[in-house]
Design a binder for this molecule. Structure first.
Ligand SMILES: Cc1ncc(C[n+]2csc(CCOP(=O)(O)OP(=O)(O)O)c2C)c(N)n1
Ligand code: SF4
Ligand SMILES: [Mg+2]
Length: 308
């Protein structure tokens, strides 16, 4: 990175009001993205910058976390706190940050392999625990970084280096899976519709709980044209979630999420339920009230004595 975070994060205020200014794209953008020209992930990155600018998110109030994959290079290109973590383990890391720093908004970015293959269990458990964060999965229906293997979302018949005669395994439907395992917010969008991506990321960020945005993002190198059917500029259709859809109706959301591709785009499911963050905070506060005035070592000693 050309500048340090501290240099770039110098607090800028307006001369007249003294009010802190929002970050500019220049202050958020880091290294030049190394994705292939035309990769859908560029759009998601640009809209993340837009979200930060629009919602005046300060560097010290957000964190950007990913696993491994082309899409997971994301944090490298963001001038902010964050981590490019282990393949499939973005959510484990993000959960720790979220639970220990309730003042931050945690954004995790992942690919279909990272989130649903090696990271499949973390996806399930982070969703069911309702840990507060926003997960955006950039789904290209292929392993891009490792040069074209079948992923859990590759369609039947997809020819890849691991399925040279065409994929034989049934793909998962990420939105259906998210609803089934207990995610409290589930939305679907596509990188070719920037306004929609921004709207979904904003709605996800405003949700108090685990919010999941399934974003179609084309790999022009290894699965060109995968999402043309969802792109009106390529002769496809972009169907928004009907206005009559009740986002709190789990069965209706599950059914809508399961409509055949290209299906429906928008917020499919959105319910309020207590987060693990809130529950843990409550437990901690009630414990702290019982040990008020004691030093850390005295609390430890008391705990050990109880265990004898
Ligand atoms: C433990 C481990 N297993 C396997 C790999 C190799 N690997 C790196 S990225 C990747 C899949 C990436 O696919 P996806 O998450 O869909 O991201 P994309 O590159 O398509 O954006 C794999 C299998 C690894 N880095 N670490
Ligand atoms: S290989 Fe595919 S996913 Fe990876 S940067 Fe290139 S276009 Fe994007
Ligand atoms: Mg992928």
């Amino acid at each position: 990175m050309s500048q340090t975070l501290t240099e770039k994060n110098a607090v800028t205020t307006t001369a007249t009001t003294g009010e802190r200014k929002g970050l500019t794209k220049k202050e958020i953008a880091a290294d030049h993205p190394t994705w292939c020209p035309g990769c859908g992930d560029f759009s998601v990155l640009a809209l993340y910058f837009k979200l930060i600018e629009k919602r005046k998110l300060w560097h010290e109030k957000i964190t950007t976390i990913s696993g491994i994959g082309c899409s997971s290079r994301f944090p490298y290109f963001v001038q902010a706190h964050g981590a490019h973590f282990i393949h499939g383990r973005a959510l484990a890391f993000a959960s720790g940050v979220s639970l220990s720093r309730p003042d931050l908004h945690v954004f995790a970015f992942s690919g279909d392999g990272d989130a649903f293959s090696i990271g499949g269990n973390h996806f399930t458990h982070t969703a069911r625990k309702n840990i507060k964060m926003t997960l955006v999965v950039m789904d290209n229906e292929v392993y891009g970084l490792t040069k074209k293997q079948t992923s859990p979302t590759s369609p039947l018949g997809f020819k890849s280096k691991t399925d040279i005669w065409g994929a034989v395994d049934y793909p998962i439907n990420p939105a259906k899976q998210a609803i089934a395992v207990g995610a409290s917010f589930v939305a679907r969008t596509t990188a070719t519709n920037p306004n929609h991506v921004l709207a979904m990321m904003e709605a996800a960020m405003d949700h108090d709980g685990f919010s999941f945005v399934h974003c179609l993002s084309e790999c022009v190198e290894f699965y060109e044209g995968a999402f043309d059917a969802a792109n009106p500029r390529k002769g496809g259709v972009f169907n928004e979630v009907p206005k009559t859809h009740d986002v709190t109706d789990e069965l209706a959301a599950y059914k809508l999420a399961g409509e055949p591709f290209p299906g429906y785009f928008g917020v499919l499911y959105d319910v309020k339920k207590p987060t693990k963050n809130a529950k843990e905070m409550e437990i901690n506060q009630s414990f702290q009230s019982k040990v008020a005035g004691l030093k850390d070592w005295q609390i430890l000693q008391k705990t050990f004595e109880r265990m004898k």
